[in-house]
Design a binder for this molecule. Structure first.
Ligand SMILES: *Cc1c(COP(=O)(O)O)cnc(C)c1O
Length: 389
């Protein structure tokens, strides 16, 4: 089957995912796969997870959508779970890019300033504001003029600190750059950026769209680095697969986000909120401890089985967000296709990097089986590459 009626904006693999159970997926030919991508970091709790499924099914029997013109207890409950005892407020959206748009608008309106500092190799989404803050010329190509006032610095570079000046409204960054190549920020550098922002009266926006909701073994990745952002954004993992986004900001920012200042018809949709409530209720300290322990086992396996391979330049990331940077002689798409044929679904990122985002609930046996399979495929490709030389 070749799709005929939709714009060809995606490079698609020639099969469709039609079913899922636990951490396994089935395609339209009946082939089954172990899932090491979670719908790009979305289905962190796997498929047909009984509590989420029950919550959504129950909500479907009541109301699917109401207008934001009315009070909404479910939204407030989810927002309360999200802020987790901190003095913050939530604005709901429908996607990661929309959450970042909200952050950009709020930062400019609250500070009365326009400048935004973003980073090379970042990804913040595809709408105009978020795309303009995305440090990737391929994503911006052909869409000029972009939103003005946005400049870029080098990630993890001390020289970036000098660019944090009082004329900026905000600095936006990912704690682990996802799409750009799975580059983790250095703890000391991230903390220095945070401190410089505070000293200069510049808001720090952390994009947790990919890193949040347990992905790195913390509710939000910034918690694992001891950071204190003014605003953070989440989306992907928040509902385990229904459209959602959320921007979380300090309470005092509310003066710039009063009635009529921002909004969206679908935002905070009841079915999505039912799923988010279930996800957040299950994102307990005990689960996060387990995720960190499982990630530790995975990183041991990566260090011993994958990193030493001649076609692997290095392995980067944090928790269950992993980038295997490959030698140019081994195109990442060839590796992904080979793994697919052997029943393992993976992703790419940045520059020839194999990206792994397994559901955070995956058990060690499956996690380690997947890593062993990747090591085996990379070993076979190494032999091919070296015998061809
Ligand atoms: C995926 C992603 C986005 C965009 O989210 P959408 O829901 O696709 O709009 C923004 N920021 C980061 C870090 C992402 O990984």
């Amino acid at each position: 089957m070749t799709m005929q009626h939709v714009f060809p904006t995606y490079q698609r693999f020639p099969f469709a995912i039609t079913d899922g159970q636990g951490v396994h997926l089935t395609d339209n030919h009946g082939k089954s796969y172990l899932d090491f991508m979670a719908g790009i970091g979305v289905c962190n709790f796997g498929y047909q997870q009984s509590q989420i499924q029950t919550a959504v099914t129950q909500q479907l029997k009541h109301i699917w959508h109401t207008s934001n013109l009315y009070e909404n207890e479910l939204q407030d409950t989810v927002a309360g779970l999200l802020v987790n005892g901190e003095d913050r407020l939530v604005y709901f959206a429908n996607s990661g890019t929309e959450a970042n748009e909200a952050a950009l608008k709020l930062a400019r309106k609250y500070t009365g300033k326009t400048g935004i500092l973003a980073f090379q190799h970042s990804f913040h989404g595809r709408t105009y504001g978020a795309m303009s803050m995305t440090g990737n010329s391929h994503i911006q190509a052909g869409y000029a003029p972009l939103v003005p006032g946005i400049t870029f610095a080098t990630y993890n570079d001390d020289a970036a600190l000098d660019k944090i000046t009082p004329d900026l409204a905000a600095v936006i960054l990912e704690v682990v750059q996802g799409e750009g190549g799975v580059f983790a920020g250095k703890r000391a550098w991230l903390q220095a950026v945070n401190a410089k922002c505070q000293a200069m009266g510049v808001l720090l926006i952390i994009d947790e769209v990919q890193t949040g909701i347990g992905r790195t073994g913390y509710r939000m990745a910034y918690e694992g680095y001891g950071l204190d952002p003014d605003i953070y954004t989440v989306a992907k993992g928040l509902t385990n697969g229904l459209p959602v986004g959320a921007m979380v900001g300090r309470r005092q920012l509310a003066t710039a986000f009063g009635p009529g200042s921002h909004g969206s018809t679908f935002a905070g949709n009841a079915v999505a909120m039912a799923a988010a409530k279930s996800v957040l209720a299950q994102l307990t300290p005990a689960l996060l401890t387990t995720v960190r322990a499982h990630a530790e086992l995975v990183w041991q396996a990566l260090t011993t089985q994958v990193e030493p391979l001649p076609v692997v330049k290095r392995v980067t990331g944090k928790g269950l967000m992993i980038g295997i940077h490959l030698d140019e002689r081994v195109p990442v798409n060839q590796v992904i296709t080979q793994l697919q044929s052997e029943g393992l679904l993976t992703l790419s990122a940045g520059d020839n990097t194999l990206r792994l985002l397994p559901p955070i609930v995956m058990q060690p046996a499956d996690l380690l089986a997947g890593i062993a399979q990747i090591a085996q495929v990379l070993t076979a490709l190494t032999t091919e590459v070296t015998t061809n030389e």
